[in-house]
Every structure is written in structure tokens, then in C-alpha cells.
Design a protein around this ligand. Structure first.
Ligand SMILES: NC(=O)c1ccc[n+]([C@@H]2O[C@H](COP(=O)([O-])OP(=O)(O)OC[C@H]3O[C@@H](n4cnc5c(N)ncnc54)[C@H](O)[C@@H]3O)[C@@H](O)[C@H]2O)c1
Length: 256
């Protein structure tokens, strides 16, 4: 943990109690970062923080509703007071509603926008002045932020907004020597897809490659988050990186 790509650095992960956020929190810690794990599910976040501490790492948990401006501010303040700096912010918390356009009510739309889009907006505003020079924010969007998703219209609309937000905020980040990018995952085996068991981390260089358009593991997305949060991706700012094992790249889809 003293030798990794985030040795001596501090990472903030929202949605860190489940799925992609767990894999990212554990991987940031393996790479030497102190990790602040923020989630609505405080018990789940603390469980992951305790796992990191038990392995000799540094981590703490905070209850945070990313749809709350005050909670976003408190999460950033906690990271600064606990560890003195923030180098990487993985704004990954999100919620899904499987409702088509014709059936979705305004309350569903409001919830999807509040958590997925306004949450990302407020998270980016909170971390922008707090990140160390050279630092980076990474936001989890979705392939349904790139192409419509008929069965989850409000979610898809909000994720489209996340990509616009990342593009539109990139100059503000660059003005401080920072970067912001989005990851657009295709299907990932997490609670959103009904998979509640968290797979153990794999050795990153031996991570099994998903088949064409196959379901990914949380760690596939976490590895991209670490790359985008690190200086290794220093040439990338304001972009959305599609991580869908090739599905959207070419139409019609390849027969499987
Ligand atoms: N799983 C997929 O197939 C998939 C595909 C594309 C994008 N995504 C996105 O990936 C991100 C992570 O999702 P996941 O797949 O790991 O799902 P998940 O359900 O396993 O994890 C989501 C986490 O976010 C937390 N959360 C939800 N609302 C919150 C709020 N208001 N404030 C703070 N935390 C909140 C949950 O408690 C949970 O721990 C989300 O933004 C999701 O939209 C997932």
C-alpha cells in the first residue's frame, strides 16, 4: 500500500458501500490511497472502510446523500479534516428506476435527476475547490447516457445530463490544474442488475476480459476510474469513456 500509484494520496468514493464503488474503494486503498467512503448506506460504507483498515490501509466512512448539498459539503470537509487533502474524487453513487417514458411519473423523474445528475453537479462543485493540483474527478454515467434506454427513460435522461455536466465543467477543472471525466459502463454485475454478492478483487493485470457485450464485473469499471483519476490519463479531460465490452461501437450488434 506504500508503493502504489496513489501512495500518499487521498481518494473520495461515493456509492462506496456496494458494487462498483466497493471495488474502487478497495483498489484505491490497494494502490496506497487513504479512502473516504461515502454512501447513503452508512453501515455498508463502514464495513468496507473497516476491511481496508484491517489490511493496514487508511479509510473512513461517512453517511452522505449525494442529492443533498450539505451532505456533499460535509463529505469533502471530512476528507480534508481526516486526511488533509483530496487527490481523487470518484463520484459514482447512482440510483436506477426501470420505468419507460409513457409510464414514468414526474416524481420518478425528479428522483432520477436529483441523485444521478444534480448529485453529480453538487459533488463536482464541492470537490472543485478541494482537489489538490494534478487531481481529478471521475463521474459514473452510463451507456444509457450516450444512447436512449427505453425501459429506464428518466435514468437515461439524467445520465445524458451527467455527460453534458462533465464536458461543461472541464474548463473550470482545467483552470485549477485538474481534470474531470465520465465513465459510461454497460451492464455491470451489481445490485442494480440484481447481483448482490460482491466478487473478490482480482489481480488487476490478470483481470478476465469480458466477452463481446458481456456483463462486466465491478472491478472492470473501478480500474478505469483509477486510471482516469491518476496522472497516467493526464491527456484526457472532459471526456466520456464508454466501457461496454464493445457493444455500442458498431451497429448492428455482433451475433453472439
Ligand atoms: N450496474 C450497472 O449495470 C451500471 C451500468 C451503468 C452505470 N451504472 C452506474 O454505476 C454507479 C454505481 O452503481 P452500481 O452498479 O455499483 O450499483 P449499486 O446499487 O451496487 O451501488 C450504488 C450505491 O450508491 C448508493 N446510493 C444510492 N443513492 C445514493 C444517494 N442518494 N447518496 C449516496 N449514495 C447513494 C447505494 O447505497 C449503493 O451503495 C451508478 O451511478 C450507476 O448508475 C451501473
Amino acid at each position: 500500500m506504500d508503493m502504489g500509484m496513489f501512495a500518499g494520496k487521498v481518494a473520495l468514493v461515493t456509492g462506496g458501500a456496494s458494487g462498483i464503488g466497493v471495488a474502487a474503494a478497495l483498489r484505491f486503498a490497494e494502490e496506497g490511497a487513504a479512502v473516504v467512503i461515502a454512501d447513503l448506506n452508512e453501515v455498508g460504507a463502514e464495513t468496507i472502510a473497516a476491511e481496508i483498515r484491517a489490511k493496514g490501509g487508511r479509510a473512513c466512512a461517512v453517511r452522505c446523500d449525494v442529492a443533498s448539498e450539505a451532505d456533499n459539503a460535509a463529505m469533502v470537509a471530512l476528507a480534508k479534516s481526516e486526511y488533509g487533502r483530496i487527490d481523487a474524487a470518484f463520484l459514482n453513487a447512482g440510483a436506477y428506476a426501470q420505468t419507460g417514458f409513457a409510464e414514468a411519473d414526474a416524481a420518478t423523474f425528479d428522483t432520477m435527476v436529483a441523485i444521478n445528475l444534480k448529485g453529480a453537479w453538487m459533488g463536482l462543485q464541492a470537490v472543485l475547490p478541494a482537489l489538490e493540483p494534478g487531481g481529478a474527478a471521475v463521474v459514473t454515467a452510463s451507456t444509457s447516457g450516450v444512447t436512449g434506454l427505453a425501459v429506464a427513460a428518466a435514468y437515461s435522461a439524467a445520465k445524458h445530463g451527467v455527460i453534458g455536466l462533465v464536458r461543461s465543467s472541464s474548463q473550470a477543472f482545467a483552470a485549477r490544474g485538474l481534470r474531470v471525466n465520465a465513465i459510461c459502463p454497460g451492464p455491470v454485475a451489481t445490485a442494480i442488475l440484481g447481483v448482490t454478492e460482491q466478487p473478490p478483487l482480482q489481480v488487476p493485470d490478470a483481470l478476465e476480459v469480458p466477452g463481446y457485450a458481456g456483463t462486466m464485473q465491478p472491478q472492470h469499471i473501478a480500474e478505469i476510474a483509477l486510471f482516469l483519476a491518476s496522472p497516467r490519463s493526464g491527456a484526457i479531460n472532459g471526456q466520456e469513456i464508454i466501457a461496454d465490452a464493445g457493444f455500442l461501437a458498431s451497429y448492428p450488434p455482433m451475433p453472439q
